[in-house]
Design a protein around this ligand. Sequence first.
Ligand code: R5P
Length: 257
Amino acid sequence: MDWGQRNRLSKIIRPKDGRTVMLAVDHGYFMGPTSGLEQLGAMVTPLLRYADTLMVTRGSLRHYIDPDVDIPIVLRVSGGTSIIGKELLHEGTVCSIEDAIRLNASGVAYSIMVGAEFERDTILGFTQYVDEAQRYGIPVVAVTAVGKEMVRDARYMSLASRMAAELGADVVKTYFVKGFENVVECCPVPVVIAGGKKLPEQEALQMAYDAIHAGAVGVDMGRNIFQSPNPVGMMKAIHAIVHKNATVKEAFAVFQS
Ligand code: R5P
């Protein structure tokens, strides 16, 4: 990894503690006006001071986020299917590396569908993008998307995460599962967890805590933050778990305060 790529990666995973709170608000690329993100700019702006990185689409960035803002961007660059279509997550490239650079992205995010019908297409699209991103020193976050028919267990997540890393990912985003230590141990690049569907706040905080203590470098969380009745409280609580080693009890007190 050359200097530029390492420098960009340091904007995503903070060198002071090797951890990251990524705020994920890229859901609109396949879900449209996701609950909580109807007015994306108004939702996101007060949350940014507690985030290390914003994961977003190019359209959201241009329409909702002030270019003067001080937040590193991980740009969603795969897509092509919708939540109502017949081929959910049969993704390909939806944003060129040149546009990612124009938007000053610190990294890009690309989904792969291991074990699903479209795994070959998504993996070849991903590896082609890795080649392009490498050319310009842009780190790639592999999103190990999980099809409805896939079993979310440590065996599957280990397979998908390790494949993503071996195929060129700089960071792997996956889901927290029982036995997550094995997923992290077998993955040679940093691992972050997605939040998934909205959970009661204490459960979401417990998941973040367990993931960090199993070796994840952070979270890439969306719905459990912006669909909470207190999104700023959730951001502060997640930040406390990731960067201040807070317990779940302490973090929940932060949320309530
Ligand atoms: C989905 O693939 C999107 O990339 C989201 O950014 C990701 O799922 C994280 O958001 P959430 O915590 O809502 O699952």
